[in-house]
Design a binder for this molecule. Structure first.
Ligand SMILES: O=C(O)CCC(=O)C(=O)O
Ligand SMILES: [Fe+2]
Length: 356
């Protein structure tokens, strides 16, 4: 992968590029995010282990023993994977489909309607764009996106019609699931929910919903929809349109994620790693693209309050577990992550306390 001195400013979305057949057989080298054209795919870089599955209904409606078992399983999923599938979550299938349709309708609008939200500051509550952050990207990614802040204040683009109501309902449902999972995760760390919620100022928790659109790409073996990164929040809940493409790093190898029907994928973010003092690590993931189908994913990310200054929970710091991270305001962390090239866990790494 060659770092380019400066890339041509994009004046087209990936959706338009893909439709216009501008690159019918090859893509410009600034989209080569994955590897050199001559490099072999190495099967030993991939794994096909089974991702843990969490039955949400047993967490909220099971017996005390069933709940304890799920929490035990969650502890394993968070400490060994940072990634799991949630089934029996209670979100209506209708709402999952409507949400995917609503984002598809957003991306299908004409360019002027979408461009109203183009090129905004990374902390603006509604942001449409292409790649990751085109003012700093060293490589372009095969992706269009819409990012909307939905809590503690709810925002939404006014168009297309119906979008706002669906987004509101989807945000509320996924926030509830996220909060229940977090309660169980705090329990698995033997932390009191009240203590941690006060420390994170969780009554005004931040939530963002991101719609990702990955149109067909003529050279999917070279491009990436989004490069390897961890998410900045506590938990991320992900839904996709039936087309696979998410890869997760597990024990040094990539795993192609094949979600169960009607499930959600959940991963732990950088703030989970900070709060848990490194017990639960944020997981690296990336999105591949393909030649034939348009893939869509909807990310619902939940974090502390943007104003919270987040540090490891003091209960998890002792003589055997040294303080692993310095404190930082969540808003500053997020701003740094969004304003710099997306590169693995580079912002979290800045906060690591070195043991020397
Ligand atoms: O599209 C996907 O599966 C992953 C998207 C993602 O990681 C993100 O938006 O942070
Ligand atoms: Fe992500």
């Amino acid at each position: 992968m060659e770092a380019q001195a400066s890339l041509p400013l994009p004046n087209h979305t990936i959706k338009e590029l893909s439709k216009s057949q501008a690159f019918t057989s090859s893509i410009p080298s600034y989209y080569h995010a994955l590897r050199n054209p001559d490099e072999e795919l190495r099967p030993e870089d991939f794994t096909d282990e089974e991702i843990p599955v969490i039955d949400f209904s047993l967490l909220v409606g099971g017996t005390a023993m069933e709940r304890a078992e799920v929490i035990h399983h969650l502890c394993m999923a968070c400490s060994e994977w940072g990634f799991f599938m949630v089934v029996n979550h209670g979100i209506p299938k209708r709402l999952m489909d409507e949400t995917l349709d609503a984002f598809e309708n957003f991306f299908n609008q004409n360019e002027e309607d979408k461009n109203e939200y183009l090129g905004k500051h990374v902390l603006d509550p509604i942001r449409f764009g292409t790649s990751f952050n085109t003012s700093v990207d060293k490589t372009r990614y095969w992706r269009d996106y819409l990012k909307v802040f939905v809590n503690p204040e709810f925002h939404s683009p006014a168009k297309p019609s119906g979008f706002r109501n669906i987004l509101f309902e989807y945000a509320a449902y996924t926030r509830e699931i996220g909060k229940e999972l977090l309660k169980a995760i705090w329990e698995s760390l033997e932390l009191k929910t009240e203590d941690i919620e006060v420390a994170l100022d969780f009554s005004s928790c931040f939530q963002i919903i991101v719609g990702n659109l990955y149109p067909p790409c003529p050279q999917p073996e070279l491009a990436l929809g989004i490069p390897a990164h961890s998410d900045h929040g506590l938990l991320t809940i992900l839904l996709q349109n039936g087309i696979n493409g998410l890869q997760v790093k597990h024990k040094g190898k990539w795993l192609h994620v094949k979600p169960l029907p009607n499930s959600f994928l959940v991963n732990t973010g950088d703030h989970m790693e900070i709060v848990s003092n490194g017990r639960y690590k944020s997981v690296l993931h990336r999105a591949e693209v393909n030649e034939k189908s348009t893939r869509m994913s909807i990310v619902s990310l939940i974090g502390p309050s943007l104003e919270a200054i987040v540090a490891p929970a003091p209960q998890l710091v002792d003589l055997d577990h040294h303080l692993s991270f310095n404190a930082m305001r969540y808003k500053d962390f997020m701003q740094q992550q969004q304003a710099n090239p997306l590169k693995e866990k580079s912002i979290l790494d800045l906060l690591r306390v070195r043991d020397d």
